[in-house]
Ligand binder design. Structure first.
Ligand code: NDP
Length: 283
């Protein structure tokens, strides 16, 4: 079985590689090397954000790879500081100029921030709709949106988000949000797919890894793939970047899938913030 990355269809007619490479918490000075390595291995999808501070180095690595711009799917996200429409417009221009690109494949609202900006993320979303209309964002989506937040966009705005990027891993299945996405054709992207490494020593995961002759990370990443979510594990370790890519030449059976799904701890399993109260604003 070849290790070919499937592409998932989005509700706007575009497609996205189901596996990408995430660059959260990679220092700017280490980013070009890590992204360059990922592109050499075969990753064709990079997930960055304004708040990660490494968009310039992502752009540099893609230009240095020798690949055509159209071969790499690039996502970035609006900083929490810039939800007001005029700020969002300037921030989006800054993302394109920092990446040195004339379009981005996918641009997201990073957090809904329902306790800030008078709870108005709808006008922020309508500003992203402009970026898609003028062609500078091929697809637009959201991140960390709960069902109630998605419902507001679907009733008050025109465009249904192409994706919702939320925390999902074996300790936090986030099933209600995933189910809403399936119903409304919003693809779920699972962030922290290996819970920042915290699920890898789980005895159930270790047992399945031994049974199938793969590493714990490969087993967990494969579980996400078979559930249909998009993932982009992060690593600055060259061997792990490669290990995380080799997940399309084996399968988990229903029993293994079910055992991993049953590790869900509900809200207690979250590694990151609760989107209903998360209100981080960068300085
Ligand atoms: P991940 O679940 O991808 O885990 C990354 C951690 O696991 C790192 O410490 C890495 O170490 C380690 N690791 C990676 N591969 C392996 C392996 N094969 N074996 C053992 N350890 C491994 O966490 P992230 O939080 O980075 O999530 C992935 C991406 O999701 C982010 O980079 C970002 O793009 C996105 N994200 C989005 C958020 C949002 O709010 N929208 C929030 C958080 C993440 P090392 O680097 O040392 O190898």
């Amino acid at each position: 079985m070849a290790n070919t990355i499937p592409r998932i269809s989005l509700n706007d007619g575009n497609t996205i590689p189901q596996l990408g490479f995430g660059v959260f918490q990679i220092e700017p000075r280490d980013t070009a090397a890590a992204v360059g390595r990922a592109l050499e291995i075969g990753y064709r999808h990079i997930d960055t954000a304004q708040m990660y501070g490494n968009e310039a180095e992502v752009g540099q690595a893609i230009r240095g790879s020798g690949l055509d711009r159209g071969e790499v799917f690039v996502t970035s996200k609006l900083s929490n500081a810039f939800h007001r429409p005029d700020d969002a417009r300037k921030a989006f221009e800054s993302t394109l100029s920092t990446l040195k690109m004339d379009y981005i494949d996918l641009f997201l609202i990073h957090w809904p921030l329902p306790t800030l900006y008078d709870g108005d993320f709808v006008s922020t979303w309508q500003t992203l709709e402009e970026f898609q209309r003028d062609g500078r964002a091929r697809s637009i989506g959201v991140s960390n949106f709960q069902v109630a937040h998605l419902e507001r966009l679907i009733t008050e705005a025109r465009v249904v988000p192409a994706v919702n990027q939320v925390e999902v891993h074996p300790y936090f299945g986030n099933e209600e949000v995933r189910a809403y996405g399936r119903k409304h054709n919003v693809i779920t992207e699972a962030w922290s797919p290996i819970a920042q490494g915290n699920v890898l020593s789980d005895p159930t995961v270790a047992d399945i890894a031994e049974l199938v002759g793969r590493t714990p990370a490969q087993v967990v990443l494969r579980w996400h793939i078979q559930r249909g979510d998009v993932i982009f594990p992060k690593s600055t370790t060259p061997e792990r970047i490669e290990e995380n890519f080799r997940i399309f030449d084996f399968e988990l059976d229903d029993a293994a899938m079910e055992r991993i799904t049953s590790l869900d701890r509900g809200a207690a399993g979250r590694q990151g913030g609760d989107p209903d109260t998360f209100d981080y604003l960068p300085a």
